[in-house]
Design a protein around this ligand. Structure first.
Ligand SMILES: [Zn+2]
Length: 554
């Protein structure tokens, strides 16, 4: 239990009597959204096995050009293939076995006719040649596209960030979350002496005759396509080693050259991050591809095995504390949050953007576990996650619409993190809870998953019926509210603002200094109580509201 001063603060953050609005259909989805977000007929029959991406990046005129060889396995016969590349990018040609293929463009999707028989079980590939001036990101990383920058010494500095918007904003691929390649090459050509840092490991560097250099990176693991990134500039580089759960992990650091001193100091936190997250979540997922931090001209992004960093070598979130408690000021938010996505988002990836809480709720939740791990204080971590409740909007449900690349509410961060913190209370056994977090990573290692898979796993491993709990927090904007009334030594209580069948237990103060569990439902119940109405407390670790009522209404 926490002090009443925290409670008073919580009451201010979550005013009673403010009813959550019921979800309304404010979203309208287009034909293009369906093409993008669903497993349509020109997608369902083939499974991407490898992307062989080559791209030439020209800062002088903000254009790119290149080709991507898309290797695939046929899962059922098909003759039309959907390849995504967004306006204003252009496809020059598409070939298979040396033959030019014909296609029809439908906005951001190309429907390619394959004359050769596509037999189930066969493997093949298509080559897609492309060029154009890709969309420029105006507010990276919140919108997406290319970032054409200069560092403060005037050197060209180029990066990509395209989560949500999609990788097809700059390179042709199957822009569908549920289908990841098993591995990928990323060969980036930039003007000499720029250095490109992309995902995985650098396999080769070549200096070309035309004043450019090509950096060929290779990712040996499945990778979500929005992680594929260009980071090209004037970088310093050093390597460290981390002895972790799966052996020796390489840590490669790529700050802008003139930031090396600041980076060598600030980025030491990456080592604490790995220690804490391996403890809570299990092995770092990409020992083969390594861990990297790369300075980028935007705040940051969880690019797999090449985490983009732009937090200005300061602690907190751009120097501020998102929790308002002070607990967020002693560590670098971008190192911790974006790296947490290596487990939650990159290793375990949503099949559909509607389930993005799998990425953001766990990455948000990881922040408080990092604090707990670093300070040794469970209370410090709890104070942080509870403090972030001020940022919950309850504007619309966390889970979005399926099949249309819809992300749902930004509440997937703070509300989702608080849902997980609440479930930790329900599990009420920190070793078991840690086992569930590690078990999720072991069970869904390098996979794409649905929300249902994650929910079912937590429920089955905890032995708790959590279906109404997940529905309440993920699929409505309601906040469970405990109505109570104390009279004659009896506490009357029930849940309101809940989905049918919601019966989440909650810890309350029935006797002075002695927290105990009650099991409210939507029906009034009664229990003996030894505290007055003024001293009655609900454990603030639960993301719920509580409200004294005058009478129980029979
Ligand atoms: Zn995130």
């Amino acid at each position: 239990m926490r002090s009443s001063s925290v409670l008073a603060g919580l009451l201010l953050l979550a005013p009673l009597g403010v009813r959550a609005q019921s979800p309304t259909d404010t979203m309208r989805f287009t034909h293009a959204d369906s093409l993008r977000g669903s497993d349509g007929p020109a997608r369902a029959w083939w499974d991407v096995t490898f992307y062989n991406l080559h791209v030439r990046v020209s800062p002088a005129d903000s254009t790119i050009s290149g080709w991507n060889e898309i290797a695939y396995r046929v899962t059922e016969p098909g003759d039309e293939m959907q390849i995504d590349l967004q306006e204003p990018m252009q496809v020059d040609s598409i070939r298979q076995d040396g033959y030019l293929l014909t296609w029809q463009r439908d906005g951001n999707a190309f429907f390619v006719r394959l004359p050769a028989p596509q037999l189930a079980g066969a493997t093949s590939s298509v080559m897609v040649y492309f060029h154009g001036r890709p969309k420029v990101a105006l507010r990276p990383p919140w919108d997406g596209g290319y970032i054409w920058q200069r560092d403060s010494l005037g050197n060209a500095w180029v990066a990509t960030a395209n989560e949500g918007l999609g990788a097809s904003v700059w390179w042709p691929n199957k822009d569908y979350m549920a289908d990841e390649p098993d591995s990928q090459r990323v060969a980036v050509t930039v003007p000499t002496p720029m250095v490109d840092v992309s995902n995985g490991r650098l396999r080769s560097t070549s200096v070309n005759d035309d004043g450019t250099s090509t950096f060929t990176w290779f990712v040996t693991s499945p990778i979500n396509n929005y992680s594929i990134s260009v980071n090209a500039g004037t970088y310093a580089h050093w390597r460290e080693l981390f002895e972790g759960e799966l052996g020796t992990l390489t840590m490669d650091f790529w700050p802008l050259a003139f930031h090396e001193k600041a980076a060598r100091s600030q980025w030491e936190q990456a080592r604490d991050m790995l220690t804490c997250f391996e403890h809570w979540f299990g092995p770092y997922p990409w020992y083969q591809d390594g861990y990297k931090l790369v300075e980028a001209p935007h705040l940051g992004m969880e690019h797999q095995s090449a985490v983009a960093y732009g937090n200005g070598y300061q602690n907190g979130y751009r120097g501020t504390d998102l929790s308002g408690t002070g607990q967020g000021l002693s560590w670098d938010f971008i190192i911790v949050h974006e790296s947490a996505h290596e487990w939650w988002g990159n290793s375990i990836t949503m099949k559909d953007a509607a389930d993005m809480w799998i990425h953001e709720s766990f990455a948000n939740y990881a922040e408080n576990l990092y604090i707990e791990c670093r300070t040794g204080s469970k209370e410090a971590g709890a104070e942080y996650v509870i403090g972030t409740r001020a940022r919950i909007r309850n504007d619309r449900p966390i889970v979005g619409a399926y099949g249309v690349n819809d992300e749902g509410s930004g509440d997937m961060y703070y509300k989702g993190g608080n849902m997980l913190h609440t479930i930790r209370q329900l599990v009420d056994d920190d070793d078991a809870w840690r086992g569930i977090l590690r078990g999720l990573n072991e069970t869904f290692w390098h996979q794409t998953v649905t929300s249902a898979q994650v929910e079912d796993y937590i429920a089955s491993q905890s032995g708790l019926d959590l279906s109404a709990v997940f529905d309440e927090y993920l699929r409505t904007t309601l906040v469970p509210t405990l109505e109570y009334h104390i009279e004659g030594g009896k506490l009357s209580f029930r849940w309101t603002d809940v989905v049918p069948g919601f019966a989440m237990p909650v810890r309350v103060m029935l006797q002075p200094g002695a927290p105990s569990w009650i099991r409210p439902t939507e029906r009034w119940q009664e229990v003996d109580v030894g505290v007055s109405a003024e001293d009655f407390l609900v454990d603030p670790n639960f993301y719920v509201r509580w409200q004294q009522v005058e009478a129980t209404g029979g």
